[in-house]
Design a protein. Structure first.
Length: 265
């Protein structure tokens, strides 16, 4: 876990990265938050990035991710400032599941193209095989199928990812089954989501996450304050796209609005 501190900070943003990636891919976003008055807390999820506690690309349970994020929030409390959660893709799914299962001391959340349904799933035969292997050899690895070319249009980011040794290219059978289970629970337990201010931003040309399913989940979410923003033509990684400064401004405005509303109460 790492902390980046801002001068005269007004809040803390805890960032939860997506599948296959790590904290290093968020340098630009971290610096933008820091320069705009927000401390940032972030780590690498179990089995990803610089973590060495287990086999890369493998988890025993999705709850490991939830517990890890809870630890990051505990660390963020040391700043004694309002805390916001930002989760991208699988990180967004982790935030959703955490806010369904725990009552976390946060002032709001931002979901970036949350993984609530995939554009492409394995063939039925492979899916059935994964169910069997999950009991026989759960740590068996296979190609994740994730490609930076379908994640962002930003050529600079694409080039960096091609030479990124921390980028996970293989995931375990158990990881896949736990991801599917978590997505199902995110829909099934939608009413358990904490009643906190939420901004959900979705790439309009997302080739990884099914944006129709994301919008359906959002529409069914029974909370008091929620905002949905779809970014036309943007791929999955909206904070890496060529238009990322506009995306950041929208997110920053949401956070600052929540801070102002808190002051007025």
């Amino acid at each position: 876990m790492w902390k980046w501190e801002a001068d005269e900070a007004k809040g803390v943003v805890v960032i939860v990265h997506g599948a296959a990636e790590h904290h290093g891919r968020y340098k630009w976003l971290t610096e933008m938050f820091r320069l705009n008055g927000f401390h940032v807390v972030m780590g690498d999820l179990p089995g990803q990035g610089t973590t060495t506690r287990r086999k890369r690309g493998h988890i025993h349970s999705f709850d490991e991710y939830i517990n890890e994020v809870e630890d990051w929030i505990q660390a963020a409390k040391d700043f004694h400032l309002p805390i916001f959660l930002l989760g991208h893709s699988m990180g967004g799914l982790i935030v959703i599941r955490a806010l369904q299962e725990k009552r976390l001391p946060i002032s709001g959340a931002i979901l970036s193209s949350p993984c609530l349904g995939l554009v492409t799933y394995p063939a039925k035969g492979l899916d059935l095989l994964s169910r069997i292997l999950n009991y026989v050899t759960p740590s068996m690895l296979f190609d994740s199928g994730l490609s930076v070319e379908v994640a962002t249009r930003n050529e600079e980011v694409r080039e960096m990812d091609k030479n990124d040794s921390l980028y996970v290219t293989k995931v375990s059978v158990r990881w896949y089954r736990e991801l599917i289970k978590a997505m199902q629970l995110a829909h099934r337990n939608i009413a358990k989501f904490s009643d906190i201010p939420l901004l959900l931003m979705q790439g309009g040309d997302d080739k990884i996450v099914d944006k129709a399913i994301v919008k359906q989940w959002f529409d069914n979410l029974p909370i008091s304050e929620k905002v949905y923003k779809e970014w036309n033509f943007l791929y999955h990684e909206i904070f890496n796209e060529p238009e990322r400064e506009d995306v950041f401004l929208y997110a920053k405005t949401f956070l600052e609005t929540q801070l102002q509303l808190q002051k007025s109460l």
